[in-house]
Write a protein that binds this ligand. Structure first.
Ligand code: SF4
Length: 207
């Protein structure tokens, strides 16, 4: 997946923009839009690649966030098609990302008129609300949260890792799951995921 879609770093939107700019086929028009915000019709958009991440365009590895599409969105779409269950109920929260906040501001908790009908009833909950609910109703939860992790997901995912407080997710992984950490950091040619090179390049500590 990493070979096909690139490494997910910084944020989904940034990884996607970087991935496009890295492609030799990226057109001049696309570059103008992604770097200067000039649209095809001459209008300006504010969605440009942040200057501080532009050095990553020349990184010696591919960047992207297409893995989310292949590993999450696409299987769900297939499931919806096969079962006819077309209105998912999601546990996403606006506190998790700017993108989720924007979606909620646009559609609310129940997006009937969006491209896809979805319900995200805890959109406006905070982490504290979730914990309070779990404790009040004695809801079982993964013990990974008691090891200091705030989120679950793909263990090597570096989206948002630059904002982690110390110890960050990779430093923590080394302590709680050293074998998985080692597999993540090992060079790809030795059968690992090659994260050491990526994190060093971006400037994210990992041990
Ligand atoms: S959570 Fe997993 S699928 Fe989503 S961007 Fe990160 S690595 Fe990719």
């Amino acid at each position: 997946m990493l070979d096909k879609c690139g490494y997910p770093i910084i944020s989904k939107e940034t990884a996607e923009r970087l991935g496009r700019l890295q492609k030799p086929t990226c057109s001049q028009r696309a570059k103008e839009r992604l770097l200067e915000g000039i649209m095809a019709d001459g209008r300006k958009t504010q969605f440009v690649l942040a200057k501080k991440w532009r050095f990553l365009i020349d990184a010696p590895f591919m960047i992207g966030s297409g893995c989310c599409h292949h590993m999450k969105i696409s299987p769900f779409k297939k499931y919806e098609k096969e079962t006819g269950r077309i209105a998912p109920i999601l546990g996403t929260m606006t506190a998790e990302s700017k993108l989720r906040e924007q979606k909620w501001l646009k559609n609310g908790c129940n997006a009937f008129n969006a491209k896809r009908t979805v319900s995200a009833p805890i959109s406006f909950w905070t982490d504290a609300d979730v914990w309070s609910y779990l404790r009040q109703y004695d809801v079982p939860y993964s013990k990974i949260y008691d090891m200091g992790y705030h989120r679950t997901g793909c263990v090597f995912c570096a989206l948002g890792a630059q904002m982690d407080k110390s110890p960050n997710r990779f430093q923590r992984l080394k302590v709680t799951h050293p074998q998985i950490w080692y597999y993540c950091m090992k060079p790809k040619e030795d059968g690992g995921l090659g994260m050491r090179e990526i994190l060093e390049y971006v400037g994210i500590p990992f041990e």
